[in-house]
Design a binder for this molecule. Structure first.
Ligand SMILES: [Ca+2]
Length: 395
């Protein structure tokens, strides 16, 4: 498998781009097709820990939202307007057939993609997206089997009801933990108070089985008027999530209002405070109406917060013992348009360094590849896939 991954990534790095000439009709509606750059060059950029490499791999993606690696090294990329593509063998595929219909107002669309931890046996991939009902929408999760250039056996395994979003705050990231449970991060649909209502799914982190059923040990199973899928609550809009490489705990990033973006390590049954406590204010400059302050009894403090909102999105930890960045957390910032490198001491945030700020890219997703390099997506009409090669430890 190691050889296959290496080969796939080598071809990704640009040995002979092939035009996607065999694209079916759907691609014509997609505007300019994404292009894998034929001969990408790696730029060397200074950081506090030495030079790192930046390579632009693909351009022309329409608001790419998420990427995931298959065990053989091929990459899946979502585009928010509702397309899923494969990147492999030196080419970007036409949109795969069989993707669910998505609601594309505001922040809606096709969001995360995750590969089953048992993909070799079950072939499932998982998608989160905004699903319409009338003129409103909610976060939904479907799984399907990847069959060549198409999805088959598409099944919706989870959906937020009622649907209350007219385009705001869907989340959503999908992360499997080591026990095989699927965590789905969500947003509050800009219906702030509902993040505190246990009979609503808005503003909640949920934990389900891969088939969508509810684990019996979820914290609110059996409690009257509570949705049993809920793991934790009081969240505003979580657009990043990743397992810590050592503790294997789930970490989430949370997009605050004006100020107060957070990192959390959500524990079963705990209340993370939104909108009762926050380090932010409304975009209007006025306080959040429900907020009592920055802290209150019974409400969890964030693991870390940023007083000035970077606009946190996707995140990944780096596991590369040959790099001074080993164990660091990387977060895409949409508002401040940079890559944030966070140094940790255990679970405590020590400091951060801002990278790529001069590029002015809205960084939507950050992932660690099987080659221990970082892959980034930029949220633009002409969105990019980029690779960051971490600096090497001096020997
Ligand atoms: Ca909070």
């Amino acid at each position: 498998m190691r050889i296959a991954i290496t080969l796939a990534l080598l071809s990704l790095a640009g040995c002979g781009a092939r035009p996607t000439g065999q694209a079916p009709a759907a691609a014509a509606e997609a505007g300019d097709a994404p292009r894998l750059l034929a001969a990408p060059t790696t730029e060397s950029i200074a950081s506090e820990d030495g030079p790192y490499g930046l390579t632009e791999l693909v351009t022309g993606l329409s608001h790419p939202w998420s990427l995931a690696f298959l065990p053989d090294g091929r990459m899946l990329v979502t585009e928010r307007p509702g397309r899923l593509r494969l990147i492999a063998d030196g080419a970007v595929s036409a949109p795969l057939a069989g993707v669910p219909a998505v609601y594309t107002e505001g922040q809606g669309g096709l969001l995360d993609v995750a590969v089953s931890p048992r993909f070799a046996e079950d072939g499932w991939i998982y998608l989160s997206y905004a699903e319409a009902e009338g003129d409103r929408a909610g976060t939904a999760v479907a799984r399907a089997r990847l069959d060549g250039q198409a999805l088959r056996d598409l099944t919706v395994i989870y959906r937020q009801t009622p649907k209350l979003s007219s385009g705001a705050h869907f989340g959503s990231r999908l992360v499997f933990d080591d026990a095989g449970f699927l965590f789905v991060t969500q947003g509050d649909h800009n219906q702030r108070a509902m993040a505190q209502d246990l009979d609503k799914l808005q503003g909640k982190l949920v934990r389900i089985r891969p088939d969508g059923s509810t684990p019996e040990d979820n914290p609110f199973v059996g409690r009257p008027y509570a949705r049993p899928a809920i793991w934790s609550y009081g969240h505003r809009n979580m657009q990043g999530a990743a397992l810590h490489p050592v503790t294997r705990a789930l970490w989430t990033s949370e997009h605050g209002p004006r100020g107060g973006d957070e990192l959390n390590i959500p524990q079963a049954g705990k209340n993370y405070g939104w909108p009762l406590i926050t380090y932010g204010i409304n975009y209007s400059g006025l306080p959040i109406p429900e907020a009592r302050g920055e802290a209150a009894d019974g409400l969890e403090q964030p693991q870390h917060y940023w007083k000035v909102s970077p606009g946190l999105s996707g995140m990944a930890f780096l596991s590369d013992t040959g790099s001074p960045w080993n164990g660091n957390l990387f977060l895409g910032a949409l508002a401040t348009r940079e890559l944030i490198r966070v140094e940790l001491d255990g679970d405590r945030v020590v400091r951060d360094e801002r990278l790529l700020g001069d590029r002015k890219w809205r960084i939507r997703d950050v992932r660690e590849g099987p080659d221990r390099k970082l892959y980034l997506l930029t949220d633009e009409d002409d969105g990019r896939l980029l690779r960051v090669d971490p600096p090497r430890t001096a020997s």
